[in-house]
Design a protein around this ligand. Structure first.
Ligand code: HEC
Length: 258
């Protein structure tokens, strides 16, 4: 195979050049990159933070509903700390390390502040002794947090927990026309892959945006309130929806404006 070889630098120059190139590569790799997260990544990150917070409330539901306990120890700081731990676990990223000057960092911090504020404002309700059911549920908490987020960051992004129109309880959670269309034609399609999010450039409130929908499904624990018999009141007084395990019961809808 003589004559079939690649040209290589030879001699002393080569022995200096290779380490220099390596060093440069290492330096570049170690340098903080200014890579901006895409809007889709930002939307999914916000959803993960909201879900993490909701999971913390859900895990403490029995405590929240316990009439014998006064101070539940669920201050804004405590709930945020637990939420951040869950978020870090799910995403392998410490939210504190996301550049606070980036859109991602700003929105995530606005969401974290919303979580803290909603918890702090609800301390009197949560800590009231002698009352069992306080109607402080994961969905209620999520609605309060997303409303607060809108007042902080609504010009840049909107987070909403909605669902198929006929299942939605709170008027403010009703899907808009675009959401209902995508829920019907995409998320409810029989062959749509379960759990997969859906993203599309579309208008929201007359502005161009990236809109992302994340489907969630009823589990056994949801059916105490959203299951059957359809129409019968649940513990909160709302008529049950007649849902079944695996039904599309919830859609996290996130808009990131242009
Ligand atoms: C204790 C009863 C109860 C349980 C259990 C429950 N929910 Fe709800 N859910 C409610 C109530 C009440 C609301 C209205 C909350 C509000 O806006 O204040 C609600 C609201 C929602 C919403 C927001 C849209 C709307 O209808 O206003 C979604 C989505 C939802 N629930 C899904 C679920 C899922 C999924 C589960 C299980 C993981 C679940 N819920 C478990 C009572 C319950």
């Amino acid at each position: 195979m003589s004559g079939f070889h690649f040209a290589r630098p030879t001699g002393a120059a080569a022995s200096r050049m290779v380490p220099a190139a390596l060093l440069l590569a290492l330096l570049l790799g170690a340098m903080p990159t200014a890579r901006a997260d895409t809007r889709e990544e930002i939307a999914l990150s916000l959803a993960e933070m909201l879900r993490s917070a909701r999971t913390v409330i859900s895990a403490n539901q029995a405590l929240i509903n316990d009439p014998a306990v006064g101070d539940k120890g669920l201050s804004g700081d405590v709930v945020l700390q637990k939420t951040r731990a869950k978020y870090s676990q799910a995403t392998s990223q410490d939210p504190g390390e996301i550049d606070p000057n980036s859109l991602h960092g700003k929105l995530l911090r606005a969401l974290m502040a919303s979580i803290t504020e909603v918890m702090d404002e609800n301390q009197p309700l949560l800590n009231e002794q002698g009352v069992a059911f306080k109607a402080f549920l994961p969905a209620t908490f999520a609605r309060l947090v997303t409303e607060r987020f809108r007042s902080k960051a609504g010009a840049d992004a909107v987070i909403k927990v909605t669902g198929p129109d006929e299942l939605v309880r709170n008027r403010s959670a009703r899907p808009d026309r675009w959401e209902q269309e995508q829920i019907e034609s995409v998320l409810l399609r029989h062959d749509y892959p379960k759990g997969q999010h859906f993203a599309m450039v579309a208008e929201d409130r007359g502005r161009r945006a990236l809109r992302v929908l994340i489907p969630e499904y009823y589990t056994e624990s949801c059916l105490a309130c959203h299951g059957g018999p359809k129409g019968e009141p649940d513990i909160t007084g709302y008529p049950k929806e007649g849902g079944r395990v695996g039904d599309l019961g919830s859609v996290i809808s996130i808009t990131i404006f242009d």
